[in-house]
Design a protein around this ligand. Sequence first.
Ligand code: OAD
Ligand code: ZN
Length: 238
Amino acid sequence: NLFEEAARLIKQSRKTIVLTGAGISTESGIPDFRSPGRGLWEKLDPMEVLSTGVLYNFPEEFYKVGFKILSSMRNAEPNEAHYILSEMEKEGIIFGVITQNIDNLHQKAGSKNVFEVHGNTREGSCLHCGKKVSFEVLEEKVNKKQIPPRCDECGGLLRPDVVLFGDPMPYVFDLAVKEVKSSDLLIVIGSSLAVSPVNFLPDIVRHLIIINATETPYDYKADVVIREKASYALRNIW
Ligand code: OAD
Ligand code: ZN
């Protein structure tokens, strides 16, 4: 069956790396961006709301809408899929996890080698002087209705250190690309593979497993496609 086939590929692989997207965290209660029936994102376009265009031109709007969504992810807990990946890393079965998620759940589950290619919700920074602040500082200011929050040092606009549409990719993405190039197998879990440049990673690796609830544009390239929930699929492969 498909699970056995996936397990066999993983066993045969010298180096395996995982790419995760929002779909691995839906079972932790965080809505993804592109599943049908996803409430909020049916009406809002992440390319607009979570963009530098809105942050720079309409900072109040950014903090009233986009920031609320980022902030709400921080209370979630990892699910079985995150824990199995952490265990697989500990046992040397996978090298690490490249994630498009900013919810910190891989780290919460114990994964060590995590490439956060879309940033994180642990920190923010000043757009003017570059001073780093913790995400809590942003939240405190927003809660005190200091919207948009400003830098204590220079009064510049503060931003969360997540990658917004319009931002360049962070350096850690280059590191992730290197790791994929030196891997035999990439396992994609819970990503629609709709967003560039992350979605070219399946093109630069020899073997590919896709675990996703719905179709992706790379299914035709994959050695194995498992159209199931992430936790169920990983439990069976494990
Ligand atoms: P998407 O919402 O585009 O895709 C999530 C995929 O996960 C969908 O294809 C779902 O069918 C699938 N899915 C949902 N629940 C699942 C489950 N329990 N098990 C398996 N699959 C499941 O999310 P991403 O591909 O991560 O970027 O989106 C990429 C980027 O677009 C995000 O990082 C974010 C967004 O705009 C930025 O904000 C820069
Ligand atoms: Zn500043």
